[in-house]
Write a protein that binds this ligand. Structure first.
Ligand SMILES: Nc1nc2c(c(=O)[nH]1)N[C@H]1C(S)=C(S)[C@@H](COP(=O)(O)OP(=O)(O)OC[C@H]3O[C@@H](n4cnc5c(=O)[nH]c(N)nc54)[C@H](O)[C@@H]3O)O[C@H]1N2
Ligand SMILES: Nc1nc2c(c(=O)[nH]1)N[C@H]1C(S)=C(S)[C@@H](COP(=O)(O)OP(=O)(O)OC[C@H]3O[C@@H](n4cnc5c(=O)[nH]c(N)nc54)[C@H](O)[C@@H]3O)O[C@H]1N2
Ligand code: SF4
Ligand SMILES: [Mo]
Length: 748
């Protein structure tokens, strides 16, 4: 099918400039894309963006490569034998209708699993419509990148504040102290914290006399711009955090301030933290007791500030405990919900914590069902991604026989990737929505191509709930969509219709109209006809956005609050609308049954003995941790020439002492092995990692047969997740353990 933008441009094609919010990482920078006809001339930061003010990183420029990538698939593909053949949309959906319903009929709803990946958080169509597919399938086998990433933080936030996305972020613009634990925003550009230009904001913090401290087993790019950095033994953060809480009580430093009357459980905490004296845990953390006490004192004494913990604190066996104690430290030092501290953004649309009655709610429910094989509890409607292989492999009622992947590449991104790759070949049927034939989608029977990010409009559904400043921004499609290319939200509706038995040719747009009308009736009662009239002329994600914006906390309430936000208003403001600095939101934000911040949820207290029992476990001689690089993004951007050029970024960083023991020189090839498997890596000597720790980035290993990633295959790198154990999870959240896994290293 010829893409509209592939037609040769008229010789007088005009230059134009377009505003586009970058969909590649959580910083959500506003970009200016300059075009001539169908060509991208250049990409730069949009200076006029109210939120990112011109900031961008090297990945933004690669949007052009992504748009033009000859390996990016542009038509549906159907597997015939060993090959994928291009197909029309009708043929692809007919194939799915031929093969899916009989499976559902014979084996039941749970026989189909669905795995949704990281990029779906950056695509309005996928994020707003994925649930239609999941609901239509009616399976409990829903898996996502959340359990490879942030589920611990979502769970602890749910228990403490009453909603999964009520996650406080550093109010860095007014902060005087920031303790960063297990995060490297200089490379990642922030996570569960939308903060473009962390570097500039950190510099400003220090210029106002503030202090930035980093705790990480590697002296990272963020440590390099900090006032202090402390190595920590991977996986030991729970002991550091508990000992800091202990110190606050021990030294009489607890000052809960304005929040005092809104907190439950301070005494229970005091009790629970008694066993975690800094002197007792210091050896386990590899941080001396005085330093731990000093960190607690600094935080308590700071004029404003907070602790921020991220990936490194989540992707370990005690992820939920760590995520909890980060917020506990902030609450006990009067730094939660205070300017300059850890604050709750107020998003203009889609935020559950701006909906319903303020101040109290049902809280979060977990464990409503469990995974069939391991019995892992359901969290936020999901089961752990690391359970997927065993659910496919293990015979019996409820065995997974078909799989949908939606922007998900678990063969590289999930522990036990090679095992999963073998399991995928056992499936009766697999459908992937993706941009590439890659390590995961090569196993599919049907692949449905997503659109280029330059071919659809965009509003960030999730990230304004986590942003350093409140705002609302919308960007239009830069190019008209390729002719006939079905938008992803409509792909999801079609798949949902097939799953519901309505057939591949159901009128999905009419069905969507009905679904929205139902939602509006629930929301607006007798005002519904009036609201429906206001939504006329819109469809899909944009219609849902209009509804959310206008009924949201800054909305115009469909005309009842003149001057409020509407899609038209946000749309008209290139660079977005600033909605001001973060403001205190407790108690209004809370949705816990008690109407309080729960500082000592019973489920968390009950998990502490597990940590205590682990206090004297000796450190393995050598462990592996992960790493991010600013020119790479998880598993899927290694095919973009702009990012692939330059030195190889998938090296294993090894401390010179550890390398010397094996006689390994800089640049040597070595075999890194764990109980799960082994990979060959290129060694880079570096004292930036703590002795006994090897740092290897994830998302590499592009040498698998059948993938069609011409550029990535030239420098494939090694798959870190081939070394990690898919049975290792945080028992509370089901999150995978990605850090601190024992390995050996030897010359290859
Ligand atoms: N060892 C280790 N493993 C990790 C991590 C780690 O730190 N260490 N990090 C974890 C984290 S935080 C995450 S979030 C996961 C990410 O893991 P995944 O959720 O698997 O995400 P990606 O690796 O980014 O792969 C994204 C997939 O989506 C496709 N894609 C990209 N854009 C689009 C689009 O617009 N539409 C469609 N339909 N498809 C698209 C890509 O081609 C690719 O197949 O990895 C996790 N894995
Ligand atoms: N350039 C780039 N940007 C990205 C991504 C990417 O792949 N590339 N991925 C995006 C995604 S999906 C996410 S979730 C975010 C993640 O963003 P961040 O949370 O900033 O994650 P990382 O950069 O992996 O930093 C985690 C840090 O934890 C350290 N660490 C490892 N184990 C431990 C431990 O046990 N304790 C402590 N204290 N530290 C530990 C690691 O050395 C590393 O420096 O980044 C996003 N942004
Ligand atoms: S930091 Fe880079 S990849 Fe992330 S949103 Fe900004 S420009 Fe895009
Ligand atoms: Mo992530």
């Amino acid at each position: 099918m010829p893409a509209a933008q592939d037609a040769p441009d008229a010789p007088d094609a005009k230059d134009a400039s377009h505003y586009r919010i970058c969909p590649l990482c959580e910083a959500c920078c506003g970009l200016e894309v300059r075009t001539r006809g169908s060509q991208v001339l250049g990409i730069r930061g949009a200076e006029y963006d109210v939120f990112s003010a011109g900031y961008l990183c090297p990945k933004a420029v690669a949007l052009r490569d992504l748009h033009e990538d000859p390996d990016r698939i542009r038509t549906p593909l159907i597997r015939r034998g060993a090959r994928f053949l291009p197909a029309t949309w009708d043929e692809a959906f007919a194939e799915i209708e031929r093969r899916l319903p009989p499976l559902l009929q014979q084996h039941g709803r749970d026989a189909v699993a669905v795995a949704v990946g990281n990029p779906s958080a950056h695509k309005m169509g996928l994020l707003l419509y994925f649930s239609r597919l999941a609901k239509a399938l009616g399976t409990k086998n829903v898996f996502s990148a959340s359990t490879l990433d942030q589920m611990p933080k979502q769970l602890s936030s749910g228990w403490m504040f009453g909603h999964w996305l009520s996650i406080p972020v550093p109010d860095i613009a007014r902060s005087h102290y920031l303790l960063v634990i297990g995060a490297n925003p200089m490379a990642s550009n922030g996570s569960l914290w939308t903060v473009p230009d962390f570097r500039g904001k950190a510099r400003a913090l220090r210029e106002r006399g503030g202090r930035l401290v980093v705790i990480d087993p590697r002296r990272t790019e963020t440590a390099a711009v900090a006032d202090a950095h402390h190595f920590i033994r991977p996986g030991a953060d729970i002991f550091l955090l508990a000992a800091m809480v202990h110190t606050l009580f021990d030294e009489g430093l607890v000052r809960t301030g304005r929040l005092a009357e809104h907190l439950n459980g301070v005494d229970d905490l005091r009790q629970a933290m008694q066993a975690f004296a800094p002197e007792r845990v210091a050896a386990r953390c590899a941080i001396d007791a005085l330093t731990i006490r000093q960190l607690a004192r600094e935080l308590a004494a700071a004029e404003s500030g907070c602790v921020y913990g991220r990936l490194g604190t989540c992707t370990q066996s005690y992820g939920t405990l760590c995520s909890w104690l980060v917020d506990v430290l902030n609450a006990l030092t009067g730094k939660l919900d205070e300017p300059g501290g850890a604050m709750f953004p107020q998003a203009a649309a889609f935020a559950q914590n701006t909906q319903g009655a303020p101040g109290r709610g049902r809280g979060v429910a977990t464990g409503r069902h469990a995974s069939r094989v391991s019995g892992a509890p359901e969290i936020y409607g999901e089961l752990p991604m690391t359970c997927l292989s065993e659910e496919i492999e293990t015979p019996g009622p409820g065995q997974v026989r078909a799989l949908f992947t939606v922007a998900s590449n678990p063969v590289l991104s999930s522990p036990g990737g090679p095992r999963l790759a073998r399991a995928l070949d056992e499936l009766d049927f697999m459908v992937s929505m993706d941009l590439y034939i890659n390590e995961t989608t090569r196993h599919a029977d049907v692949i449905l191509p997503g659109q280029s990010p330059l071919e659809h409009s965009h509003y960030d559904v999730a990230f304004p709930q986590l942003s350093w400043r409140n705002h609302a921004r919308f960007s239009e499609a830069v190019f008209a969509p390729a002719a006939g290319h079905l938008p992803e939200w409509q792909q999801l509706l079609r798949l949902a219709a097939i799953a519901k038995g309505l057939g591949a040719r159901a009128d999905v747009l009419a069905l969507d109209d009905e679904a929205v009308a139902l939602e509006v009736r629930k929301l607006a009662g007798d005002q519904a006809p009036w609201v429906m009239q206001a939504l006329a002329g819109l469809q899909g994600p944009e219609r849902l956005l209009e509804l959310a914006l206008r009924s949201g906390p800054y909305g115009d309430a469909f005309g009842m609050k003149p001057g409020g936000l509407s899609l038209a208003k946000v749309r008209a403001a290139a660079g977005g609308i600033d909605l001001g600095e973060l403001a205190p939101r407790v108690p209004e934000l809370l949705r816990t049954p008690s109407g309080k911040v729960e500082l000592a949820p019973a489920q968390l207290l009950a998990d502490l003995p597990r940590a205590l029992a682990d206090l004297d476990t000796p450190a393995p001689a050598l462990v592996v941790i992960g790493r991010r690089d600013v020119r790479s993004n998880n598993s899927w951007m290694h095919n973009l020439p702009t990012l692939a050029k330059g030195p190889f970024r998938g090296t294993a960083l090894v401390h010179p002492q550890d390398a010397a023991r094996q006689g390994l020189a800089d640049g040597a090839r070595a075999r890194l092995a764990s109980a799960q498997g082994s990979v060959e890596v290129t060694v880079a000597l570096s004292d930036s990692v703590m002795p006994g720790v090897i740092s290897l980035p994830h998302g590499w290993g592009h040498d698998l047969p059948g993938a069609q990633l011409g550029v990535a295959a030239r420098q494939p790198g090694a798959n870190l997740n081939a070394l990690l154990d898919d049975a290792e999870r945080d028992p509370l959240s089901g999150n995978a353990v990605l850090s601190g896994v024992a390995v050996t290293l030897a010359p290859a």
